[in-house]
Write a protein that binds this ligand. Structure first.
Ligand SMILES: [Fe+2]
Ligand SMILES: [Fe+2]
Length: 337
């Protein structure tokens, strides 16, 4: 998920051009590389290569946008939750996602970009967010499946980022991952209740949701390793710790067994245990769909962006009022000083 912006740039041929560096810069970079090799964490005020800063900014801001846009498909179901308990859980989860966005915007700000700049990039379509949120949520079972599969894939992606070389990002991720594991569990629990105690119609609804979300979830790990040329540099810098394909395989291996416990089938006729590899084999992913949705033509791209822009515009009076209040307070304290 978080590699998508980098992969998109690579696909468009926008790799960073080599820059001529002074002797001092070369020395600084050598020292930086040595710190990375020693497993040191980099703090906001430390020297860092410009390319490292840009790569991180792109990744963290995309991650922040994904959290915020990710509130939309689930937010739609808060008023339609079947019980008070499920409503309280869903409300808490959607609020968590908003909090994740805020931690991450704060982490990105330490790299020198303002929140206004990041919002502007999101609202004008320049910045990307995870394509998974451009799919519609058609039934209540989608809430369970998003928790189980989408948050489950997010955890697989995000746990290694807790050891990211950039400390403010790594620290934010520790808190986020704890909450993500609650998200995954509540989704699984909701599906488990429907599958074990529900009517046939509820079981069919769960299976239908799994069928619709499975392949899009596998795409969350980003393109295959041979199509992800920027990953090597991110690995070198300790921004990325495990490759897309490795993470995807770990996710499939863990999820097949959970599906068996639930009693749902995964919509892939090629999915089977490979004794030799000690992993599950799975079928080919339709990458043309992935690139189409990343490129803006998914089922809900326009709707999601439209909802974000509307929320921003509707909130203008709150921002104006807060600024007016702050300047009044500042004036008052000046007079009393
Ligand atoms: Fe989150
Ligand atoms: Fe989550």
């Amino acid at each position: 998920m978080y590699t998508q912006a980098m992969d998109l740039m690579a696909k468009e041929g926008k790799t960073e051009a080599p820059v001529l560096r002074s002797a001092e810069e070369v020395q600084l970079e050598e020292r930086f590389d040595a710190r990375i090799d020693a497993g040191d964490f980099i703090e906001a005020k430390d020297w860092m290569p410009e390319h490292y800063r840009k790569t991180l900014l792109r990744q963290i801001s995309q991650h922040a946008h994904s959290e915020i846009v990710g509130m939309l498909p689930e937010g739609n179901w808060i008023t339609r939750a079947p019980t008070l308990k499920r409503k309280a859980i869903l409300l808490a989860k959607v609020q968590d996602e908003g909090g994740h966005g805020l931690y991450l915007y704060a982490a990105a700000e330490t790299l020198g970009t303002s929140r206004d700049q990041m919002f502007d990039a999101l609202h004008t379509g320049k910045a990307k967010y995870s394509s998974i949120f451009n799919y519609p949520t058609l039934s209540w079972a989608d809430m369970g499946v998003i928790g189980w599969l989408v948050d489950g894939a997010a955890i697989m992606n995000q746990v290694p980022i807790c050891r990211c070389s950039y400390a403010p990002y790594a620290r934010a991720m520790v808190r986020i991952c704890r909450e993500e594991s609650f998200h995954q569990r509540q989704g699984f629990d909701s599906l488990f209740v429907m599958m074990k105690q529900g009517t046939q119609a509820q079981k069919d609804m769960v299976q239908d949701a799994v069928n619709r979300w499975w392949w899009a979830t596998l795409m969350m790990f980003g393109p295959t390793d041979d199509q992800s040329p920027n990953s090597a540099q991110s690995m070198r810098w300790g921004i990325k710790r495990i490759s897309n394909d490795e993470l995807r395989q770990k996710f499939v291996d863990a999820t097949v067994e959970q599906a068996q416990v639930l009693g749902v089938s995964l919509p892939d006729p090629d999915l089977r245990w490979n004794e030799e590899r000690q992993h599950y084999d799975f079928g080919a992913i339709d990458w043309s769909e992935f690139w189409r949705v990343v490129g803006g033509d998914g089922p809900c791209n326009r709707e999601r962006l439209g909802a974000r822009v509307k929320a921003w515009e509707d909130g203008a009076w709150v921002r104006d009022a807060a600024l007016a209040h702050a300047s009044k307070q500042a004036e008052r304290s000046r007079k009393h000083a």
